[in-house]
Design a protein. Structure first.
Length: 482
């Protein structure tokens, strides 16, 4: 079995650099989410059509899926700071183009779902939001570069905390912005924040930054999907982790498509933004808990138990049309999300070498985000055309009343109940599988030397660079994997 590569000591300056990059990424995430959520709110209020919001959400995740492997390739073959600057520039150009469309096309034409302008406008905004995810892949690799192994779970929790803050700020700003200022000013604010983020990036210096992978001869070789799959398969159980996260996102697509319509039926858009901001403090609390306490000795076990709890919460927080139940349920649900995301990132950061991490993170993101749009594209039409009308009919209302009570949103509640129960049962069954035990072993055996032991910053020629897989005989050299 190959010897794990020792992690270099990260000086205090490196941690300060990470915090600067994290703060800048937080602003970028807030900006793109603010405009994307604003688009979703605006589309539903203008059309009152669940299908429109479901398709917007599904298209967003589909774009991420198609682009993630390519984004990961860019991250591996370029300096991380340069990637972040490119991402901000492309987002700024996309949002400027969307603003031009909004100014030039009459609003009654722009909100016509049967015409091309609404969908063109939405796609431009979504493209600008999607390219920002290249920054998130780069951020995950900077954790590996700048943070020692034993602190990476905490750093990933800190990332979750920042995302929680972004959730809170975004939901408030989006609801108030669309309700009080309209879509035009929302676009203008997004443009200003994106420009500010890009300017701040130009002031950051990242001495530890480096190109992790050797330059590829051509674009096709750079993507190297087969090589990335080989690396994933080398760590026993890692592919199963990605598949499980993919299935989890398949269920999560239900909430993506229907959570906003449920909330907007209960509250005005301004109030819904504030309500969701309050509920999103759960994300902040959960991320802070991971940053403080970590994920324990077995992040996989922690993740599966929390996913089961998320399924139970998702099944129950709409069993009655009570505002308090919905708000508390979302708070508790979101408080568990950061730990689940941090667990997957922590495992990958330990068992996959730096020169492959961009592509592996991109591969995982491609698979996992591909699942949600499938569900959104399926569930939004089913909910709009069949489930919601049935629940609102006299016959459907009487049938659902003993289980879900009464109200206008009982159709969406039925979908949430079924989806949550499936999520919970699947997570509990996963705890009994051999691949769960295999990946737990892989994670333990890939532990680096104690942090106090100085190790090489760069891979030593001829030394194995992919940390040991649980099987013991599945080892690669850097030149074999490339």
């Amino acid at each position: 079995m190959s010897t794990p590569v020792t992690d270099p000591i990260a000086p205090p300056a490196a941690m300060r650099t990470f915090l600067h990059i994290l703060a800048n990424t937080a602003v970028a995430n807030v900006t793109t989410s603010y405009l994307w959520w604003g688009l979703t709110f605006w589309a539903y209020l203008e059309t009152r059509n669940v299908l429109a919001t479901g398709l917007i959400g599904g298209a967003y995740m589909l774009f991420i899926s198609f682009s993630s492997i390519f984004f990961g390739t860019i991250v591996d073959h370029h300096r991380k700071l340069a990637v972040m600057r490119l991402s901000s520039l492309l987002t700024l150009l996309a949002f400027a183009f969307a603003a031009a469309v909004f100014l030039l096309v009459p609003e009654r034409v722009l909100t016509d779902l049967g015409g091309p302008w609404f969908w063109m406008f939405a796609v431009i905004i979504l493209a600008g939001a999607v390219v920002e995810h290249m920054r998130n892949i780069a951020l995950s690799t900077t954790v590996t570069i700048l943070v020692p192994d034993e602190r990476r779970a905490n750093a990933n929790g800190l990332v979750g905390t920042v995302q929680g803050v972004a959730f809170i700020v975004t939901s408030v700003l989006s609801g108030l912005s669309i309700g009080m200022l309209g879509m035009g000013w929302t676009l203008a604010i997004a443009l200003g924040l994106t420009a500010a983020s890009l300017l701040h990036l130009l002031t950051i210096r990242f001495p530890e930054d480096r190109v992790a992978a050797a330059p590829a001869e051509n674009a096709l070789a750079a993507i190297d999907l087969r090589g990335s799959i080989a690396v994933i398969r080398a760590a026993q159980g890692l592919f199963a982790l990605i598949i499980f996260a993919t299935f989890n996102n398949l269920i999560g697509g239900v909430y993506m498509a229907l959570m906003d319509p449920y909330g907007l039926e209960m509250f005005s858009v301004e109030v819904w933004g504030l309500v969701f901001a309050f509920a999103s403090t759960g994300f902040l609390v959960g991320g802070a808990a991971v940053a403080r306490f970590g994920l324990g000795s077995n992040p996989m076990r922690t993740m599966l138990l929390l996913v089961a709890a998320m399924g139970l919460l998702g099944a129950l927080f709409t069993v009655r049309e009570w505002a308090a139940l919905y708000i508390i349920g979302i708070f508790l649900y979101l408080s568990l999300v950061p730990a689940c995301e941090a667990a997957e990132q922590t495992v990958i950061q330990r068992v996959v070498p730096l020169e492959r991490q961009g592509r592996v993170f991109g591969f995982a993101m491609a698979f996992e985000t591909a699942a949600a749009p499938i569900t959104a594209f399926l569930i939004a039409p089913l909910a709009e055309l069949w489930i919601i009308p049935y629940a609102r009919s006299e016959e459907g209302g009487e049938a659902l009343a003993p289980l879900l009570g009464v109200g206008e949103t009982r159709g969406i509640a039925l979908v949430f109940l079924v989806a949550g129960l499936i999520m919970m049962v699947t997570a509990l069954l996963a705890l009994r599988t051999p691949v769960y035990r295999a990946l737990s072993r892989t994670y333990r055996e890939a532990a680096p030397e104690p942090f106090a032991d100085h190790g090489p910053t760069e891979p030593v020629p001829g030394q194995p660079t992919i940390r040991a897989a649980a099987a013991g005989d599945a080892t690669f050299r850097a030149d074999d994997a490339m």
